[in-house]
Design a protein around this ligand. Structure first.
Ligand code: UT7
Length: 328
């Protein structure tokens, strides 16, 4: 009988554009202060594209992940890109990345689950691997949120940044890799965090542009409250599906939207703060790229070692939320 397959992360990559926008820079753009931003969100700076496209960032992160896995583009069976800000509406970002990587035999699709997209994409890739359908899968979470940010709205423009994280997943018969995933959504919150125009409901028009309807709108305070609850719920469900307890967890990588959300989530879970990964200060909220870049940096900083139990948990527009437990 064949041994049970697990999906193992064999390569990691990330890319943030070099241009940095600090809180001091924002003070010159809108009525805000470094003090307000740092205290209310924990963010000090964020990276923004300056001519680069989403597929550029995704391609650079992907190249690094492929190198780590000792693979070339031509070896890939599938590319999934989680994003809310593809280069253009058609074709998908994943097809543009495929072209950059020369990944001619890979099937390609984009996945839209907002900030939870990396976890949704890992879950989908995991299914393809454990079923035996595909062997070499590239999952990228990439966002150019600066393209849908209203730089005149202080409620949102201080929060977001651009970046990409990538992983290669391959099958293993060893007892490691993705142990469990949990996905959830509730569309009744759809108007809490949205970009109203540009889709088929309100196609682009002079009016939609004048009314700034192509930018991200968020009911911040209301979203905050649900986020804390759901980040914990998702982590708890995934840990229990893995047959583990919170005391087994070595590293929690929560979605990086706000340091107060991260701390409140850690408190609800009862996890020591030194086990909770934070990089929101450097990058702001990069939507689905946040957990992917968090995983990359936690590994590079030695916070995740062989055998570590890692929990990713995320929450975002939709609302969507979900978590993933990985044995490293
Ligand atoms: O990634 C997907 C999920 N996203 C999230 O989970 C984000 C969730 N929300 C948040 O992180 C927080 O709600 C925010 C950081 C967006 C806002 O923090 P808050 O503590 O909830 O503030 P608030 O919206 O209740 O606003 C408090 C005050 C308001 O002034 P008044 O009405 O009390 O006079 C705002 O106008 O802070 C004001 N304010 C600002 N002041 C200076 C809002 N933004 C700013 C700003 N600078 N940038």
């Amino acid at each position: 009988m064949n041994k049970k397959l697990s999906a193992c992360i064999t390569g990691l990559g990330m890319c943030v554009p070099p241009k940095i926008l600090t809180n001091a820079d924002l003070e010159k753009m809108v009525d805000t202060s470094d003090e307000w931003i740092a205290q209310r969100t924990g963010i000090k700076e964020r990276h923004l594209v300056n001519g680069q496209t989403l597929s550029d960032l995704a391609g650079i992160a992907a190249e690094e992940a492929l190198q780590g896995a000792n693979l070339q583009g031509k070896d890939l069976d599938l590319i999934i890109v989680s994003t809310t800000t593809p280069d253009m509406q058609l074709p998908s970002a994943s097809c543009l990345v495929q072209k950059k990587l020369g990944a001619k035999k890979a099937a390609c699709f984009d996945l839209a689950a907002a900030c939870t997209g990396f976890i949704y994409a890992l879950s989908v890739a995991n299914q393809f691997i454990i079923s035996g359908a595909y062997k070499n899968i590239l999952v990228i979470a990439a966002e150019v949120l600066s393209a849908i940010t209203d730089w005149q709205d202080r409620n949102t423009c201080v929060l977001f940044g651009d970046g990409a994280g990538a992983v290669v997943l391959q099958p293993t018969t060893e007892k490691k890799g993705i142990i469990s995933t949990y996905l959830a959504a509730d569309g009744s919150f759809s108007d809490f965090l949205e970009v109203p125009a540009g889709g088929s409901r309100q196609p682009a028009s002079i009016e939609t542009v004048q009314q700034r309807q192509h930018f991200l709108k968020m009911k911040g305070n209301e979203t905050f409250k649900v986020a804390v609850r759901m980040l914990e719920e998702a982590a708890s469900k995934a840990v229990s599906l893995a047959g583990l307890n919170y005391k087994d967890v070595d590293c929690l990588i929560p979605h990086q939207a706000n340091i107060r959300i991260i701390k409140a989530t850690a408190k609800r879970i009862g996890l020591d703060e030194n086990k909770v990964f934070v990089n929101v200060d450097k990058y702001g909220n990069m939507s689905s790229a946040s957990t992917a870049v968090g995983l990359y940096e936690a590994v590079k900083q030695g916070k995740i070692k062989e055998g570590s139990i890692v929990v990713l948990t995320a929450f975002g527009s939709g609302f969507t939320w979900g978590a993933c437990v990985i044995k490293w």
